[in-house]
Design a protein around this ligand. Structure first.
Ligand code: G3H
Ligand code: 13P
Ligand code: ZN
Length: 326
């Protein structure tokens, strides 16, 4: 058993309270390897932003959960080292889309400071029961818990949902009361991956549902998954350098900026980072076919990711400059 507090990590409680009050959202960035972790930490230290580092089930399988946990521990040391005055930005280590109680428990025991239990595909009563079980265990160790109501369209793990099943505002109060969760992920038209809308669609999220939910649970921390914007300049670089991403369309950054001003206090972004790294790697492979040192293409990929996330923190989430808010 490892407690996250001994690793220099924090849970989401204070972060969320400040974000809801301050009208910004905390970046929740996924990582699977060292270059992503370095870029995320560098971006958040340089912009003085609080940070949620996310580990998915796929990441645990890819990189090994023990190694990831030590990397996160290293991340707090690294963040202190690169911060001018040695002051540590708040860093939370979060399990993204926890599939069941056992996985959530294992993450709590391994030093995560926050877990998501994703019961969104279960019937309401079962989702409540499973989420409440995770909350009961996690709260013993002061680990915070994110639950989810509603289903995002698109592919998530091995399950494909053809259409959005929007969160029903009339269910949120009861869910929050029955489970004791610390934050709630909702479905309002965002979706995972790089193909969120089809050409000709109206690429809008349902801010009206968000506002209806906010009325029912005022000030309660809301989370948006599937919030990549799929920058078209990155798609263009990828396609000009041998890639084949056809009709990749994301959520407008203006809509996310609007959502971040409300009780939305955590915004999940992964695909945009994948695009930034892929564009940089493809460009090196195309422009310098003689290179075979991984540092020569992973280095530019890391820098591209850092630049993208610095811009997100400043211009989209509004989290820049809020790391040391009292
Ligand atoms: O929600 C999905 C995240 O982007 C993580 O993706 O399951 O492929 O690691 P992954
Ligand atoms: P994107 O695929 O839109 O980046 O969403 C990531 C996410 O929701 C991780 O949980
Ligand atoms: Zn997600």
């Amino acid at each position: 058993m490892v407690n996250y507090k001994d690793l220099g990590l924090v849970n989401t409680r204070a972060m969320f309270a400040k974000a809801v009050k301050g009208g910004y959202a905390i970046p929740a960035y996924n990582f699977n390897n060292m270059e992503q972790l370095q870029a995320i930490i560098q971006a958040c230290v340089e912009t003085e932003s609080p940070l949620i580092l996310q580990v998915s089930k796929g990441a645990r399988e890819y990189a090994n959960q023990t190694l990831l946990r030590y990397m996160a521990q290293g991340a707090t040391e690294y963040a202190k080292e690169i911060q001018k005055d040695g002051k540590l930005i708040p860093i939370c280590l979060h399990l993204d889309h926890g599939p069941d109680y056992a996985t959530c428990k294992s993450c709590v025991d391994y030093g995560f400071s926050s877990v998501m239990i994703d019961g969104s595909k279960l019937p309401f009563d079962e989702n409540c029961a499973q989420t409440a079980q995770v909350v009961e265990y996690a709260h013993k160790y002061d680990v915070t818990v994110e639950g989810e109501l509603g289903i995002l369209a698109g592919k998530e793990d091995d399950v494909e949902a053809a259409k959005h099943i929007y969160t029903q505002p009339e269910e949120v109060e009861e869910f929050v009361k029955r489970t004791g969760v610390d934050s709630l992920a909702i479905a309002i038209g965002t979706s995972h991956g790089a193909y969120k809308f089809k050409p000709g669609d109206d690429p809008k999220i349902r801010l009206d549902i968000l506002h209806e939910i906010e009325k029912r649970i005022p000030g309660f921390p809301i989370v948006l998954h599937g919030s990549s914007s799929v920058p078209q300049d990155l798609v263009k670089i990828i396609n000009e350098n041998g890639g084949k991403l056809k009709d990749a369309i994301g959520i407008g950054e203006d809509q996310l900026r609007e959502a971040a001003k409300s009780a939305v206090c955590k915004i999940n972004i992964d695909s945009d980072g994948r695009l930034a790294m892929t564009a940089a790697v493809r460009k090196v492979f195309h422009d310098k076919p003689e290179e075979f040192d991984p540092r020569k293409y992973l280095g530019p990929a890391r820098e591209a990711l850092k630049q993208l996330y610095m811009r997100k923190n400043r211009e989209v989430l509004g989290s820049a400059g809020h790391a040391f808010d009292c």
